[in-house]
Design a protein around this ligand. Structure first.
Ligand SMILES: C[S@@+](CC[C@H](N)C(=O)[O-])C[C@H]1O[C@@H](n2cnc3c(N)ncnc32)[C@H](O)[C@@H]1O
Length: 265
């Protein structure tokens, strides 16, 4: 099969960036025609490109992704870039609900001075992220939110997180690639979408040192609820928005003893 045939088949299957995809699939095939044809068939059958290739582009890195895993989104680069900007030199960053470990890897790549711990409740996510993060001297743990991170309580400088935040009733409206190929555990944010964001913010109030920040991805539709949830945990929320990435993030700071005294005054 020629490259032009592959482009035509991908285009017929509805792939908008057919030329780019054909080139990447050929690269992943590594010159083995049979393997390239099998990868192409999987893509044409509707699997996400990243599952077919085995990696996703994120913050300039190729992050390994196993079939069936949540694929890191470009918009989540805002969480990573804020963590890179806000973590103090030599600080401790926790990537909660880490999935592939994309946020942790991007932060570790940009800031080798930091200590980085990632955690997820899904054993596949922990296995894949642990292998990725080992390259950066960072670790990944199996943990329901911060349940296994008690030893870090009160010591964390930055919690960086993209938890699931799709309201349950909206999951059937998501694109097929997400509905059919990503775990519901990675998408479902409960009735109003904020159940796991609330969990992450509650965990952050336990993990953060005074003055530390939680950086939590949200959507424009949910941002007020997310910011309010931060306030419910005694955290002071501000909102960051990146139009180009179409990304919305709540940055929630744990009060220092001085700042809480002055905010009461
Ligand atoms: C939207 S995905 C994001 C993954 C990764 N942060 C990223 O941006 O690619 C959400 C992740 O949260 C994890 N998750 C869901 N519930 C969790 C819980 N109670 N504790 C820890 N992780 C959880 C899922 O397994 C999934 O990997």
């Amino acid at each position: 099969m020629t490259g032009n045939d592959a482009v035509a088949r991908l285009r017929a299957a509805g792939c908008v960036f057919a030329e780019d995809e054909a080139r990447l699939i050929a690269e992943a095939g590594g010159g083995d025609e049979g393997r390239t044809a099998r990868l192409l068939s999987r893509r044409i059958a509707g699997e996400p490109l990243e599952h077919v290739l085995g990696w996703a582009g994120f913050a300039g890195l190729r992050i390994p992704v196993a079939p069936g895993m949540f694929v890191p989104r470009r918009r989540t680069e805002l969480v990573a870039s804020l963590a890179i900007a806000l973590a103090p030199h030599g600080g401790l960053v926790v990537d909660l609900c880490c999935g592939t470990g994309a946020i942790a890897a991007a932060v570790a790549h940009a800031r080798p001075d930091l200590r980085i711990v990632a955690a997820d409740v899904d054993p596949t996510a922990v296995a894949v992220s642990a292998s990725t993060l080992a390259r950066f001297d960072a670790s990944s743990l199996l943990s329901d939110l911060d349940a296994a991170l008690g030893a870090l309580a009160g010591t964390v400088d930055v919690v960086a997180s993209c938890p699931p935040y799709v309201p349950t009733a909206e999951i059937p409206l998501m694109p097929r690639e997400a509905r059919d190929h990503e775990p519901t555990l990675a998408l479902d944010g409960g009735a109003d979408g904020t159940a796991l964001q609330r969990g992450v913010l509650a965990a952050s109030s336990r993990l953060l040192r005074p003055g530390g920040v939680a950086i939590v991805e949200t959507s424009e539709a949910l941002v007020e609820l997310t910011a309010r949830a931060a306030g419910d945990e005694g955290l002071e929320a501000t909102v960051e928005r990146d139009e180009e990435l179409d990304a919305t993030v709540v940055v929630a700071r744990r009060h220092t003893p001085t700042s809480s005294a002055s905010s009461r005054a």
